[in-house]
Design a protein around this ligand. Structure first.
Ligand code: DOR
Ligand code: ZN
Length: 347
């Protein structure tokens, strides 16, 4: 599973979708398109475009479930929430701080700017609130401190909406990790496939490692790398890769996002295999295909879930693919996903 994916739209979607559908049988698609997906109708149309592309990508398309998040805007109403919740594929509402990342013009500086009726309706219908958990630049100019500064808003949500299910997306700061672990079980977190392996220095040196929230210090990286390994006994730790492709000119112009979909499974498994304990298999399965599904109430039967086979075979990640630079471009990886041939090499 992948509980945080950007597959974009149109030509870019045609280039990237197949990588995600190779490794995930269910995924949560993010709504920060242009224009943002603020209504049930917009999400439903998007999901049908994704479904059509999926069928084009495969001779026999794997039975993939595409869920989506509704983009929360200052003008979003309780009616918008109830209307979206009728669609079983819309399982969450996503809060973005205005200007905090790609296409995030929500006109919200914090979740407190949402109408209270929106949060009440989400709590009532059981729609999960996914948080881009950072404050806006005007509140905290230093990108390295924007996630820790968000903790007070998370606490406000938990105190005032105790039944609201919340996922803090792409946690990057060790203080946020520890905080979420100490909150009630209504609050979980996604960890991307890149933050456990990157620091702020990587992001400064390589635009293709520049993402939001920015990767933090070595201590934060170590915290994330060790936290994912505990997923077998910590249900709140969920894999959401945040694969976020941008064409090269956009990356050079500073757009944030790591396109990890073609390599994330190999990189993650390598980490579990190298650094995991006796329960490395259980931890990998819990992180990638148990905890998130359970949190969302969307567990799959073993037949639907399918399986993935890793082959210990060194391979070089291409420098570029259809105008997009993959994460780990040019690097040698030790594991391949069996049958994954999209980069031109089949295991
Ligand atoms: O790095 C990121 N890229 N972080 C986000 O929150 C959004 C994403 C994107 O859409 O490009
Ligand atoms: Zn994202």
């Amino acid at each position: 599973d992948d509980w945080h994916v950007h597959v974009r739209d149109a030509e870019l979607m045609a280039s990237v979708l197949r990588f995600s559908t190779y490794t995930s049988r269910q995924m949560l698609l993010m709504p920060n398109l242009v224009p943002p997906l603020t209504t049930e109708e917009m999400v439903a149309e998007y999901l049908s475009r994704v479904g059509i592309q999926h069928l084009k990508d495969w001779v026999i398309a794997p039975p993939t479930r595409f869920y989506a998040a509704l983009f929360l805007h200052r003008t979003t109403s309780a009616r918008d929430i109830r209307n979206a919740a009728i669609n079983p594929m819309i399982i969450s509402g996503k809060f973005y701080p205005d200007g905090g990342t790609t296409n995030s013009s929500s006109q919200l500086t914090s979740p407190r700017d949402l109408r209270l009726e929106v949060l009440e309706a989400m709590e009532e219908v059981g729609m999960v609130l996914c948080l881009h958990g950072e404050v806006v630049e005007a509140e905290e100019p230093d990108p390295l401190l924007r996630e820790v500064a968000f903790i007070k808003y998370l606490d406000w949500l938990v105190t005032n909406f105790p039944k609201l299910k919340i996922v803090v997306e792409h946690v990057s700061d060790r203080r946020m990790v520890h905080h979420v672990l100490n909150l009630p079980e209504t609050v979980a977190m996604t960890i991307t496939s890149h933050h456990p392996f990157l620091t702020h220095t990587d992001a400064l040196n390589d635009p293709h490692c520049n993402c939001m929230p920015v990767a933090k210090t070595e201590t934060d990286r170590e915290c994330l790398a060790s936290t994912v390994l505990t997923a077998a006994w910590t249900p709140k730790i969920i894999s959401g890769t945040d694969t976020a492709p941008h064409p090269v000119p956009d990356k050079k112009a500073g757009k944030a996002g790591v396109w990890s979909a073609g390599v994330h499974a190999s990189v993650l498994w390598d980490h579990f295999a190298t650094s995991g304990g006796d329960d490395k298999f259980e931890a990998f399965v819990a992180f990638t295909s148990g905890n998130g599904a359970r949190f969302y109430g969307l567990e799959m039967s073993p037949e639907m879930r399918g399986e993935i086979t890793f082959v210990r075979q060194r391979w070089q990640v291409p420098e570029i693919y259809e105008g997009i630079v993959p994460w780990k471009a040019g690097e040698i990886l030790d594991w391949r996903v069996k049958g994954m041939e999209w980069f031109g090499i089949t295991a």
